[in-house]
Design a protein. Sequence first.
Length: 461
Amino acid sequence: ATLIKSLYRETQNYINQTVTISGWVRTIRDSKTFGFIELNDGSFFKNVQIVFGDALDNFKEISKLSVSSSIIVEGILEETPNAKQPFEIKAAKIAIEGLSDPAFPLQKKKHSFEFLRTIAHLRPRSNTFSAVFRVRSIAAYAIHKFFNERGFVYVHTPIITGSDCEGAGQMFKITTLDLNDVPKDHDGKIDYAEDFFGKETNLTVSGQLSAETYALAFRNVYTFGPTFRAEKSYTARHAAEFWMIEPELAFADLEDNMEIAEDMVKFIINYVRENAPEEMEFFNKFIDNGLSERLDNVVNSDFGRVTYTEAIDILKKSKENFEYPVEWGIDLQTEHERYITEKVFKKPVFVTDYPKDIKAFYMRLNDDNRTVAAMDLLVPGVGEIIGGSQREERLQVLTGRMAEMGLNEEDYWWYLELRKYGGTRHSGFGLGFERVIMYLTGMSNIRDVIPFPRTTGSAEF
Ligand code: 4AD
Ligand code: MG
């Protein structure tokens, strides 16, 4: 079959030619002697219009097709210069591949995203989700392209780990269900996964610690995979399973880290806009009217830079009535982040040098002994999309920090050895993939940018 995408991109090659298209009926209307089908074949955001007439021997059957039936159409592509679509296909033959029950829930009327979440197995057949998930795929490719063009090595860091990278205790613990292993006198307290691995394990919250080990061998690496957090916060920006892109750079400080982060974000935006213009136009028109302008502004401006301490001053001096009181030492809340990026900078902004007490153990301690070389990238509309830092390469300082935070050195022996055998300055960050898709599309709920969302109270499909 010919793909609808080719028909649109290389129309000249197909004019007045016979083509065969296979796809799903998006809409159908008919009169006594002819009818129209809007067909989508999954290859492209746009549909193709099929015109069929009673010359077809199965005209009656075709007229009765319900939405989402799958068919194979053979016909001639004709230009339609005065119509909304540049061409249509005059069907000579239509074969039915699979009928659809008339109860198919995605009829022409507009459905709420909440409703569509309850049919996550069917929602990719709607315009919005067709656009979102194609953009998601293209953005993933853009990320691999960005790093590969710059010589980064892609490392697959483990999903099952024994360490808690962020030290926040938001981990899902691994257990087994192999009842054959249960000893007769089992008291219900044995953890079989613990027996299996010889230690307690959990789903990874971040691939960073493993990525660091490879950075100290390959210099520049990245990992891009699923991560898991038992986030109880029921927000539109948190999921229990999300994908993270984590580059790690040897011989790089916080400044280098921010530079690559900024280049990467701009690269993703440019690449997606170039390669999914129809989808991006759809988002701008139907999801978020300010999107195009905002993205133009992002790729054409230098990201803002502000230290945490300066940000606190800005927030304190603002006349805003924040729900959560502002004081040096607090973790910035969404309302604060949004104020900084939306009201003050009106563009993406890096906030750097956070108090050590609100950040992870591995971040490099600054000379003031109370802040660390951390950076978060905040963007209008979404808030934090990146969290990163320069890593503590000084063994003594690192073990000192771990002791302060009650972390057990033995659990991190291999991580500490990196500081023993030719440790270097190094930095990295994590980009939340769903957050960047929200940013790119204007979609406002994380549940609508990941195919099968796992959030508090929800793991259907
Ligand atoms: O700021 P975070 O916790 O940083 C880390 O995990 C570091 N180890 C990364 C690194 O330096 N290699 O998370 C990084 C990003 C956040 O900025 C956010 O975009 C995303 O991951 N994120 C989430 N996205 C969706 N749902 C959640 N529950 C998320 N938690 C973090
Ligand atoms: Mg963070």
